[in-house]
Design a binder for this molecule. Structure first.
Ligand SMILES: [Cu+2]
Length: 146
């Protein structure tokens, strides 16, 4: 409970510090034993044209932005180098759609853990902003927001 509260306070502070780009409702799927990747999901809103260029997390070797594409009749994920954030529109990273992938996890992720993720966002004037997000781990079978 205290950790959840701390996360909310940190998220609020991050939003206030940056203003123009906000990340909300971030969560990461818990891992099964031996699993080394995990999907990360959140809502991103920018008040100006911006692009998500990538992310990193101390919990993972790297983080990728993935899109889902149907090839033949198989749904596959593919890494993309940027994700556009249209002004005033909420872009949802969610299961089955664009999402973030934490790769080479350094430890297993259990329900209730908090995973820091640092987002790299390019604003329309080409300046780079980093946005710190704390994502809460949900159970392996979680499908979307609670
Ligand atoms: Cu993926």
């Amino acid at each position: 409970m205290a950790r959840t509260l701390l996360a909310l306070v940190l998220l609020a502070a991050a939003a206030a510090a940056h203003g123009q780009v906000e990340a909300r409702a971030a969560w990461v799927r818990g891992t099964a034993p031996g699993q080394t990747t995990a999907g990360a999901y959140m809502e991103l809103t920018s008040d100006r044209r911006a692009s998500l260029l990538g992310a990193e997390s101390p919990a993972a070797g790297s983080a990728e932005i993935h899109e889902m594409k149907i090839e033949g009749n198989v749904m596959r994920m593919r890494a993309v180098t940027r994700l556009e954030l249209p002004p005033g529109k909420t872009v949802e990273l969610k299961p089955g759609g664009h999402h973030m992938m934490l790769v080479d996890l350094k430890r297993s992720l259990k329900k209730g853990d908090l995973v820091p993720i640092r987002l790299k966002v390019e604003l329309s004037d080409k300046t780079i902003k980093t946005i710190q997000v704390l994502a809460e781990v949900r159970e392996l079978a979680a499908t979307s927001r609670p």
